[in-house]
Design a binder for this molecule. Structure first.
Ligand SMILES: Cc1cc2nc3c(=O)[nH]c(=O)nc-3n(C[C@H](O)[C@H](O)[C@H](O)COP(=O)(O)OP(=O)(O)OC[C@H]3O[C@@H](n4cnc5c(N)ncnc54)[C@H](O)[C@@H]3O)c2cc1C
Length: 471
């Protein structure tokens, strides 16, 4: 893995071809920049395509105050309220414009009261309900000159000083390493539920973007908040104190609420690095309402696309060749261990599900962390296919971060449930948990909330340990 091929530079490089990446592509190319979208799968394989019902939340003007409160309630009060305000500002037009672009939507009958407007995408195949939307957005991108690159896995972002200037990717079909110089990079790589043995996501949802962003200097926020799909009778039984190990076989990891910290333009704090979609973390706080993930990817996809193009226009292109060589050396040094990637990946997934799945006590979490750190110490060897290898490296880091964050939050809030701390603790933990990487070490720290209207506990009846999202 010594050589690489340098590709034609682009103004904006978007990593991820789910709805967040596609929506960013439409907006960035409309601003006149050259845009390239890269995905590690074959085209169309993404969580954005496999939505089981295709719910999208829309909110009419008169219901926005109510929805603001509902989203805070679902998020255990931890939502970044600036993002929430931007979300509600754009929600109606971002959903409505889909109809102009040929996507058929139908209103869901008997909306629950907290859902002023829940729509479904009309689709022939229920299990691929997102596909019509994904296909339409791609057509829009192509008509505006966006270039698509499939089956290339980005494994490193190139940073010159405080500025991201491109990315390195492995061509999974041909095996060569490709250097993509770019003035701005948008991470739209989705969540990380495939970190767990049981999940309902596509198998490539391994959280690569969390690690790419963190390594490039961005912060992660609230990585302990993960929506788990647990059947209600099982959840009730656990809450009553009847925990059975075989419950682990009846639930699934579903959605990462935590992720890269962004502002309302999708900026990460590292110049030239933007993020959007499930890879980001501070809109929803500790839980979310059903159908809001789709609205999120449309709204903040467009915002990140627009802001990244604007930045790219004002920036000159760097020469990232030397940086690329350095990144390749770093990767080589990570592959000097003994463990085979394929088996190690399965072991990580098993550890994460058993120790950090639906039953997270301090003892279980600590045991899980010890097991992962032992794997890290022995290290992974360079064998098998590259995708397996690169994903396993990312999952090992991600697993450690999720375990450390889950240990730090000694309370239950929203999607996060600790049987040894079964109630919310507003006194100590009405805060966001940030992770930064400094000099090769992870730093976890608590950050006060950014509030526009301070919620009183009366306005936000935080219920502990809700696994699924709220309807
Ligand atoms: C079964 C299921 C049903 C759902 N139903 C709903 C619903 O009804 N309503 C709702 O609001 N939400 C729903 N969700 C959640 C929603 O689908 C996701 O949150 C959303 O699709 C995420 O979109 P995204 O664009 O951020 O990421 P994804 O759609 O996950 O796309 C990620 C993209 O990044 C690429 N990628 C990742 N890593 C790399 C890398 N290293 N290099 C290159 N490319 C990379 C992938 O190939 C892919 O193209 C559902 C999720 C699931 C799994």
């Amino acid at each position: 893995m010594d050589n690489f091929r340098e590709m034609k530079p682009s103004d904006v490089l978007i990593v991820g071809a789910g709805i967040a990446g596609l929506r960013a592509g439409i907006e960035a190319s409309a601003k006149g920049g050259s845009v390239r979208i890269i995905c590690k799968e074959r085209w169309g394989v993404a969580n954005s395509s496999i939505l089981s019902h295709g719910f999208i939340t829309r909110c009419p003007e008169e219901a926005k105050v109510k929805m603001f409160e509902q989203m805070l309630w679902a998020g255990g009060g931890l939502n970044n309220q600036h993002l929430l305000r931007a979300f509600l500002k754009d929600i109606t037009r971002r959903v409505d414009e889909l109809r102009d672009w040929g996507v058929e939507l139908m209103i869901v009958d008997r909306n629950p009261p907290q859902f002023p407007g829940l729509f479904r995408i009309v689709s022939e195949k229920d299990k691929l309900a997102g596909l019509p939307l994904v296909n339409n957005l791609r057509k829009m991108c192509l008509s505006q000159g966006v270039e698509f690159v499939e089956e290339v896995m980005i494994f490193s972002l190139l940073r010159d000083g405080n500025s991201v200037v491109g990315a390195l990717g492995k061509d999974l079909r041909r095996g060569e390493v490709l250097l993509f110089p770019a003035k701005a990079v948008v991470l739209a790589t989705g969540g990380g539920a495939a970190l767990f043995k049981r999940h309902n996501n596509t198998k490539g949802t391994t959280g690569d973007g969390f690690i790419l962003g963190l390594e490039a200097g961005a912060n992660l926020i609230n990585m302990e908040f993960i929506i788990l799909d647990v059947p209600s009778p099982i959840f009730s039984s656990i809450l009553e104190g009847n925990w059975k190990e075989d419950f682990l076989n009846k639930a699934n990891a579903h959605y990462f609420l935590g992720g890269l910290e962004i502002n309302d333009e999708g900026e990460t704090g590292v110049k030239g690095l933007f993020a959007t979609g499930e890879v980001t973390g501070n809109l929803f706080g500790a839980g979310r309402l059903g159908g809001t993930a789709m609205a999120d990817v449309l709204i903040f996809g467009a915002r990140a696309g627009s802001a990244s193009a604007k930045m790219a226009m004002a920036k000159s292109l760097a020469n990232p060749e030397e940086l690329a060589k350095e990144e390749m050396r770093k990767l080589e040094s990570k592959l000097k261990g003994k463990l085979p990637p394929r088996e190690t990946k399965e072991e990580i997934k098993r550890i994460m599900w058993e120790h950090c799945g639906i039953y997270k006590t301090e003892e279980r979490l600590k045991e899980g962390l010890e097991k992962l750190l032992r794997i890290k110490e022995v290290g992974i060897c360079k064998e098998g296919n590259w995708r397996e290898l690169l994903e396993t490296i990312n999952m090992l880091e991600l697993g450690e971060l999720v375990l450390r964050a889950s240990l730090a939050r000694q309370e239950s809030r929203g999607s996060f449930w600790r049987p040894d701390h079964p109630l919310p603790d507003n006194h100590r933990f009405f805060k966001n948990l940030l992770i930064a990487k400094k000099k090769d070490e992870y730093k976890l720290y608590w950050k006060d909330l950014e509030m526009i209207q301070p919620p009183s506990p009366k306005d936000i009846p935080i219920s502990p340990g809700c696994f699924s999202y709220r309807f």
